[in-house]
Ligand binder design. Structure first.
Ligand SMILES: CCCCCCCCCCCCC[C@H](O)CC(=O)SCCNC(=O)CCNC(=O)[C@H](O)C(C)(C)COP(=O)(O)OP(=O)(O)OC[C@H]1O[C@@H](n2cnc3c(N)ncnc32)[C@H](O)[C@@H]1OP(=O)(O)O
Length: 661
């Protein structure tokens, strides 16, 4: 039971109400034993908590994930669970929405028995054995709350955690408030649970989170402009894979594959690098084995310097240095080394996948598999198809992503694909805001207050400032021989801020060098502190360029950065890089820390109102005519002209033939 039917939340509910049903089961005189196989989630677990006993199959999973939908468990879950397992454990499960295994549920006291056999049969036998036992002590709602002496403190800490984790989300806080009410007699606690649920149920945040739930499933139903889609394309089995290049990304990808039970050839060209990678990968895997308490076959991974092992793999993921010539050479070599049917995938984050495909003997079997760092943690995978990728290759990469526990989004090849393409105007605006008078911490604080996991400058410091520097050099925007502009810098006819290049030239590459836009404890440090050097540097820069600093409010930071990103999202749609705006929202929520309770950038634009987004972009474009990314996209204009239709109708308004594919 995966709980209430989420689709029913946006239409009139039918059938018996769950709360009286569960109360009636619990109050009954006949013992009721819940047999749990597969999932008992949300209302499913709440129903089980209303039963007198619970037997779970060893592979079952239990949880109250309502918080991820912007809700609280509202069929007694917030009242029965703390009575059963105590406040701290119940708070943890309800605020995080995490699932627990049957084994952990037994340890926590949620279930009475775990079985390897058919849970239904075991439950029937169990019911027979308890048929004469009194039920009075089995009704959780009648149990007095297990209030430890330091309960106030526990609740306060949970509230603080809910605020911090939620980044503006209401549901985690409401979860704590509902659990807090379990101190009261059951009927009063239930009143509080219902009150909080009613408040959340109709909230925009719950709607946005439920949109995210369905979007993350909808992107699995991918399609390509040539008509190939999830429904008519068959994925190949991947019996063995190879990862080439064991830097940070390659190591993370290798860990993902092993955790999914896929044998891996992990290849490097340098002995020292290979040994360093072996140490890190094995340590990561051993940590996972301990955490998951599962038997993982660590022999699934074979580290090597020799290409001959690549003959036996079904798929290669290349994760070498971001250099087009190097990657092309590698792809040409792979064509002759690997079996002719082997899929060749690249983890490039911005190089042209079509160009890589032409370097091989099998362009139809080349796709991008763009993982996000840390690859073993971030749930997003961009699967990049070229004009020549076969449906089978796309289906295989999409299926592999799912097998690795990722949400895979199929996107067409274009510079930066989707995520990094939309990021560029966002980062660019942040740089202009510094020129105009803001500090990195002012910009970041506005963005983090909005709910982003990390502001733009903290994020850049984490990724390494040299990454973007290399891209800008390759694009001819900076570097030796590129003419420097005057006053405000201009490159290729448009406004260009060289601030990030200047910072890099000083050797400030972010966390890894101990300083970037912020100052850290030392190289590799994580604690960002505002840096007086950066402030002085910005002041001097403005002075030299004759820029009068002005005070920049939170609203301007958000509108300039977020609306520029959204505007590029509309251009991505116009170019039909993806089939649907939900793909952009999934990419941003899962890959870039965009707050899920706003639905994602495109959904958020709809909530703010497309006329407002358009109006503000027009305003900023008038003020900054030299910034093309502030020029509203044709699609945005068209949608507003058509009366701002809902997001699922946006694609209807794209003119045929606008695709660049
Ligand atoms: C103003 C008036 C106020 C009135 C107040 C109203 C009070 C109402 C009282 C209600 C009582 C509350 C009851 C309870 O507390 C609330 C809930 O239970 S909320 C639901 C909680 N459950 C979940 O969040 C589970 C969600 N599902 C999952 O996590 C996963 O789907 C899964 C179950 C782990 C399975 O995962 P997979 O095997 O990977 O499969 P998919 O995820 O791809 O799913 C397959 C398919 O099923 C659809 N689906 C799954 N769960 C639900 C669901 N709960 N409701 C609807 N649909 C569901 C999913 O979308 C997929 O569909 P497809 O994409 O294939 O069409």
């Amino acid at each position: 039971m995966s709980g209430a039917d989420i689709r029913e939340f946006s239409r009139p509910m039918t059938g018996p109400a769950l709360v009286p049903l569960i109360d009636a089961i619990e109050a009954g005189e006949k013992p009721v034993v819940a047999a749990i196989e597969g999932m008992a989630l949300g209302g499913g677990l709440e129903l089980a908590l209303g039963c007198h006993y619970r037997i779970a199959h060893s592979k079952a999973q239990l949880g109250l994930p309502e918080v991820t939908l912007g809700l609280i468990p509202a069929a007694g879950g917030t009242q029965r669970l703390p009575r059963l397992i105590g406040f701290p454990a119940a708070l943890d499960m309800i605020i995080t929405g995490r699932r627990v295994s049957a084994g952990d549920a037994l340890k926590l006291g949620i279930v009475d028995q775990v079985t390897e056999r058919n849970a239904g049969e075991v439950a029937v036998a169990f019911a027979r054995s308890v048929v004469d036992c009194p039920l009075v002590s089995r009704r959780l709602s009648t149990w007095p709350p297990l209030c430890p002496a330091d309960l106030d403190n526990i609740l306060q800490m949970a509230l603080a955690r809910a605020w911090q984790r939620g980044r503006g989300a209401l549901a985690p806080v409401a979860c704590v408030q509902a659990v807090q009410a379990a101190r009261l007699p059951y009927s009063q606690g239930m009143q509080q649970e219902q009150k909080l649920m009613s408040m959340l149920f109709a909230s925009p945040q719950a709607r946005a989170l439920q949109y995210c739930f369905f979007s993350q499933r909808a992107v699995g139903k991918w399609s390509m402009p040539n008509g190939a889609c999830w429904d008519n394309s068959t994925a190949r089995p991947i019996r063995k894979a190879a990862v080439i290049g064991l830097g940070t990304m390659g190591r993370g990808i290798a860990v993902c594959l092993v955790l999914a039970g896929i044998p891996v050839i992990a290849m490097e060209t340098d002995e020292k690098q290979l040994e360093a990678a072996r140490r890190v990968v094995m340590a990561l895997l051993e940590k996972e084995v301990q955490k998951l308490a599962v038997g993982l076959h660590l022999g699934l991974i074979h580290f090597t310097l020799e290409q001959r092992y690549l003959r036996e793999v079904d798929l290669v993921i290349e994760a070498v240095f971001e250099d087009l010539a190097l990657k092309k050479q590698l792809f040409a070599e792979l064509s002759s080394v690997c079996h002719p049917d082997t899929l060749l995938c690249t983890n490039t984050s911005q190089l042209d996948v079509d160009q890589l495909a032409t370097a091989t003997s099998r362009p139809d079997l080349v796709v991008g598999m763009h993982f996000f760092a840390p690859a073993n943690k971030i749930k997003l995978l961009e699967v990049v198809f070229t004009s020549r990728s076969s449906p089978e290759a796309v289906a295989t990469a999409m299926q592999l992503g799912k097998w690795l526990g990722k949400v895979s989004v199929a996107v067409a090849n274009c510079p930066g694909f989707v995520g990094n393409r939309m990021l560029r105007p966002y980062v660019e605006q942040a740089g202009f805001l510094l020129e105009e008078g803001a500090t990195p911490e002012q910009v970041d604080s506005a963005l983090e207050h909005f709910g982003l996991a990390m502001g733009v400058f903290r994020m850049s410091d984490l990724s390494g400032l040299d990454v973007g520097w290399r891209v800008r050099k390759a694009a001819g925007l900076t570097g030796p021989g590129v003419p420097q502009g005057q006053l405000l810098q201009t490159q290729q006819g448009y406004r260009y801020s060289p601030l990030a290049d200047l910072i890099c030239q000083k050797g400030r590459l972010g966390q890894k060098t101990g300083c970037g836009w912020y100052l850290y404890e030392g190289p590799g440090g994580h604690m960002a502190r505002p840096d007086p050097w950066v402030h002085a540097f910005l002041e001097e820069y403005r002075r030299v360029h004759g820029l009068q600093p002005r005070s920049i409010g939170q609203q301007e930071v958000l509108e300039r950065c977020l609306f520029a990103l959204i505007n590029e999202g509309f251009r991505v749609l116009e170019d039909r890089i993806v089939m649907d705006p939900v793909a952009l929202d999934v990419i941003y929520v899962l890959g870039y820390g965009w707050p899920a309770h706003t639905g994602g950038p495109m959904y958020y634009a709809g909530e703010v109102g497309l006329p407002r987004v358009l109006g503000r972009l027009e305003y900023y474009q008038r003020v900054h005519p030299d910034i093309p990314h502030l020029r509203p996209s044709a699609l945005l204009r068209q949608l507003v002209a058509k009366g701002s239709p809902p997001i699922h109708k946006w694609m209807w308004h794209i003119e045929e033939g606008s695709s660049r594919l």
